[in-house]
Design a protein around this ligand. Sequence first.
Ligand code: AMP
Ligand code: MN
Ligand code: MN
Length: 316
Amino acid sequence: MNILDELKDAASVGITGHVRPDGDCMGSTLGLYNYLKDNRPDLKTDVFLEEPGKEFSYLTGIENIKNVPENTQYDVFVVLDCSSKDRIEPFVQCFDNAKKTICIDHHVSNSDFADVNLVRPDASSTCEVLYDTFDEDKVQKDVAECIYTGIIHDTGVFKYSSTSAKTMTIAGKMMEKGIAYSDIIDNSFYKKTYVQNQILGRALLESVLFYDGKCIFSNVTKDEMDFYGVTGKELGGIIEQLRLTDGVEVAIFLYETGENEHKVSMRSKKTIDVSRIAVEFGGGGHVRAAGFTGKGSVYSIINKIGEMIEQQYCNE
Ligand code: AMP
Ligand code: MN
Ligand code: MN
């Protein structure tokens, strides 16, 4: 797909990504926004997303993001880094009203919900898939910053198994556009506030190893989040540290989102397909990184996940 060809008859384009936007979601939505601003200035282009994290404030166009849906009928509505329609709430009405919809993504659990779907589960990030729809010579520094951001976030700075030689080639090309790559990595990926570090410490302290040390979980309650004054999107680094625990194959992190409701993140190292588990709970993701929002107590959720992990080991 060449995105400029795909949009050549359009006069207006709406763009969105998934709820609780992460680095790949921010990078791909703003990457497309900036690419269209640079190369199709005549086009009315809007980005709809929930309030993004402060760590992404260096991305061009972030100040123009709309947080509330509009009743506009877009010629084309593009959904990025999102595997199903229910994950674009509250902007689903913009999607439903649009004349044509496009989804560009890399989730193995993607349900091909748009009119045109470009889904590459082998790609490290949506930014990598999106970059392939661009003309290389039309990519400017503002777009390069976005693409690089998405790639580093979804590869854990080039280390997850989804990282390929192609990923590195694209990242290298982005570096050649003059981006401040060290700052992007430090400030958007690794930097933590003091309270984020405190709650990370607490989550690690209270983590529980189970299944002969092959699994680990930790959870943060609503009261704890209120005590430290943090929101769910500031708990991003915890699952990664749990995953690094020696001997662990599956790491699970939960935080309370409401009455008897938890946001659950899972990561695996080599054998367990956590996407399959997430799909069973109505969520989705990738083989090595997946999530869902689950009803029930922490222990009931952990017990169910434990059973599914055991099943996968038995079926190996
Ligand atoms: P997280 O644990 O939220 O960082 O998510 C890990 C991966 O799973 C990301 O690629 C998410 O987009 C995906 N994911 C998380 N939660 C859900 C969900 N409820 N439905 C579908 N995909 C999800
Ligand atoms: Mn994402
Ligand atoms: Mn992604």
